[in-house]
Design a protein around this ligand. Structure first.
Ligand code: FE
Ligand code: FE
Ligand code: ZN
Length: 276
């Protein structure tokens, strides 16, 4: 059985999101730590968190994935944006301890003209400030499409960040299939080679989660527009090959496709059918 789920709304609390995941056949899910455009995080109610942890335990959930808001840009040229991002990151990582031993994914950021090197310097600095000694969360850098000045468009850029992080056992990567494809990696034609390159540059043990999305655009387009599975340029055959790969099949896999809840239930069913 794969660990498969999708992005769900946390607006009705932790127990509700767990129940919703169950209802669509998921055994993991992703949620935003706060409004995707930033702002304050919702109050954590211990009883609600406990109910989710119990539900996850009873139903054999894998790790779940918290996603940072899109506005969190640790490497902006604007100092106040960086400061806000650092505060958000630090607060999110403290709050993650209510759900111990799970995953926290974020977009490395856009350097907005500073250049890749300076941007990476800022990202590393922020991570080293916000991560703490006895944290149980693993922080994941998401592979990016390379839209505008996005950092994380290549395995080399992600590796540079990881190299600068002090708590190496707490940092990893979440591979987004739409993003890597749009960044120029041919996961549709030769996924094994792409993974080989990931292993050579970053190390396969750093790959901790997958975002499973088809793409609306061609390889190398740097666009980042997700499509439903099998309806985009990556295609069903490729996804079957990707999710059943021996290095991928046991990772948490999260759909971020343009779907309503029924659409997600269908895609989860499809993914599971690849394991029969
Ligand atoms: Fe993302
Ligand atoms: Fe993603
Ligand atoms: Zn995306």
């Amino acid at each position: 059985m794969p660990n498969i789920g999708c992005h769900l709304s946390i607006s009705n609390g932790f127990e509700t999101i767990g129940k919703q995941a169950l209802k669509i056949g998921a055994n993991t899910f992703q949620f935003f730590t706060r409004n995707p455009r930033g702002g304050s995080a919702r109050k954590i109610v211990q009883g609600d968190v406990d109910a989710l942890l119990k539900l996850m335990e009873e139903n054999g959930f894998s790790q779940i994935l918290a996603h940072a808001p899109y506005t969190m840009n640790l490497c902006s040229a604007k100092e106040e944006t960086r400061e806000f991002a650092l505060n958000t990151l630090a607060d999110d990582l403290r709050r993650m301890e209510f759900l111990p031993h799970n995953l926290y994914n974020f977009h490395p950021g856009s350097h907005t003209g500073l250049g890749v090197e300076k941007g990476i310097e800022y990202i590393i600095e922020a991570l080293n400030k916000a991560m703490f000694d006895d944290m149980t969360t693993t922080v994941l850098l998401e592979t990016m499409a390379g839209k505008g000045t996005e950092i994380g468009r290549s395995f080399e850029e992600l590796k540079m960040i990881i190299d600068g992080v002090e708590r190496k056992d707490k940092i990893g990567v979440c591979m987004d299939t739409c993003h890597v494809f749009d960044a120029g990696y041919d996961i549709a034609g030769d996924f094994e080679s792409v993974l080989g390159e990931f292993d050579k540059i970053i190390g396969i043990d750093k790959l901790k989660a997958m975002h499973i999305n088809d793409s609306m655009n061609s390889i190398g387009s740097h666009k980042d527009r997700h499509q439903k599975l099998g309806e985009g340029t990556i295609g069903s055959e490729a996804f079957k090959n990707i999710v059943t790969n021996k290095y991928i099949r046991n990772l948490p896999m999260l759909l971020e496709t343009p779907n309503d809840i029924d659409g997600y239930a269908m895609e989860i069913k499809t993914i599971k059918s690849y394991f029969n």
